[in-house]
Design a protein around this ligand. Structure first.
Ligand code: NAD
Length: 418
């Protein structure tokens, strides 16, 4: 009997690309090139641990495409990461940068490690060694890393410092998402959550669902989820549920976010928060809310639970949180999805601002950053919405169609594949 296995993350990314290539009628030679990554580097490197022993770690840096500018993509520290996933996320970055019209290609990096199990000293050694191994690919004109799951501004500072040590001078523009003291940008920490907030507000307006106080459930209370929670709440929405990898909390009347933050800082998790009921991560996704923001990991809304989602709008904060099988189910049920390549693009847009500021050594005020972010992400939203309505395709396919067309145009204009 044939055993059915779930498609790998990379096969899924290629399927999504194929669908967009069909919509725009992409010629075969361009299709052949864009459906594969350009470079993939695997590194195995030793790190001396605090107990004096040595552990060998595996990491990757993958560049999918650089037709529109240097490669850009985060670095993930997670025990569950594979080369296939890094390739998929690198491809996603190409489409994300193109979809919002910023001059980058796409890349991604990762180390297979659980950073919560390392001391600060071990984390620094691992980061510096990994940065050295991938240094041949990294630089302001070549490939610019940023934070992702399990990495932080501090990790970015160590990477920038390592690249700078090799160069013999400070190369601040080699990494974004750094602390402000070393060339980081105002507004970068909140940028993915802020972008998701702007888009949620536009989508609610479009759906005429902004009359009463909309309710929100957020899966994943990390960098993206926390910012989104605070900014959506500031915008007048009611956050009724949030979660992390340990579980979820729900209060139909609304969560007290400052009390929750105090609890999280002490307990290291949202679980156990007294002014709410405990629910599972699965239940959180199916709550009757106006807006659902998956902001944790991949493959959370699938063909198994898409039929039970009760949100009117999904703002897909996490990359690949919705599977290709779930998309048509959500579409048929009239659930509007702001897809990942748009929903969390605020992060890479403000990373772009950080890179520009570093190159110019001229820094902007936060208000200017937020205004420019609002302009770029809202413009992209309406371009994608327009294509979605005109071509009668869902928002994700519309975003991909626009992005793939832009990358194909650049590829053809350069004359590499006439
Ligand atoms: P993070 O590590 O700061 O937070 C991840 C959160 O998800 C944590 O609260 C973690 O406990 C929770 N989580 C992990 N597994 C879970 C599970 N199975 N169920 C529920 N919660 C779970 O990571 P982040 O930077 O906030 O990234 C989240 C997502 O957003 C990722 O898909 C990432 O690629 C994407 N993203 C991040 C950025 C950025 O700048 N940080 C930018 C764009 C996209």
């Amino acid at each position: 009997m044939a055993v059915q296995t779930r498609a790998s993350a990379y096969e899924t990314a290629q399927r999504r690309f194929d669908a967009a290539a069909d919509v725009i009628g992409l010629p075969d030679d361009t299709r052949l090139t864009l459906r594969e990554v350009k470079r993939e580097l695997t590194v195995h490197f030793p790190v001396r641990m605090d107990d004096g022993g040595v552990r060998l770690f595996t990491g990757w840096r993958v560049q999918h495409n650089i037709s529109r500018g240097p490669a850009k993509g985060g670095i993930r520290y997670s025990p569950n990461v594979t080369l296939e996933l890094v390739k998929a996320l690198a491809m996603l970055m190409t489409w994300k940068c193109a979809a919002v019209g910023i001059p980058y290609g796409g890349s991604k990096g990762a180390v297979a490690v659980d950073p919560s199990k390392l001391s600060q000293n071990e984390l620094e050694h691992l980061t510096r060694r990994y940065a050295t191994e991938i240094a041949l690919l990294i630089g302001p004109e070549k490939d610019i890393p940023a934070p992702d799951i399990g990495t932080s501004p501090q990790v970015m500072a160590w990477i920038m410092d390592t690249i700078s040590m090799h160069a013999g001078h400070s190369v601040t523009a080699s990494v974004t998402g750094k602390p402000k003291d070393v060339g980081g940008s105002e507004g970068r920490v909140d940028a993915p959550g802020r972008g998701a907030t702007y888009l949620t507000l536009e989508a609610l307006k479009y759906l005429h669902a902004d009359e009463q106080t909309p309710t929100v459930a957020i899966q994943g209370y990390g960098k993206v989820g926390r910012s989104a929670a605070h900014l959506l709440s500031e915008a007048g929405l009611n956050i009724v549920a949030v979660s992390d990898s340990k579980g979820a909390v729900h209060n139909a009347k609304g969560l007290d976010l400052s009390a929750l933050e105090e609890h999280r800082q002490v307990r290291g998790s949202v679980v156990g928060f007294k002014k709410a009921d405990a629910v599972s991560n699965e239940d959180l996704l199916e709550l009757p809310v106006t807006v659902l923001v998956p902001a944790a990991i991949e493959n959370q809304i699938t063909e198994d639970n898409a039929g039970r989602i009760r949100a009117r709008l999904i703002t897909e904060g996490a990359n690949a949180a919705v599977t290709p099988e779930a998309d048509p189910i959500l579409h048929e049920r009239g659930i509007f999805v702001v897809p990942d390549i748009l929903a969390n693009a605020g992060g890479v847009i403000v990373s772009y601002f950080e890179w520009v500021q570093d190159l110019q050594a001229f820094f902007w005020e936060e208000e200017e950053i937020n205004t420019k972010l609002h302009h770029i992400i809202t413009r992209a939203f309406y371009e994608i919405l327009h294509t979605s309505v005109n071509k009668r395709i869902d928002m994700r396919l519309a975003a991909y169609a626009i992005a793939v067309q832009r990358v194909a145009n650049a590829t053809m204009a350069r004359g590499i594949y006439p």
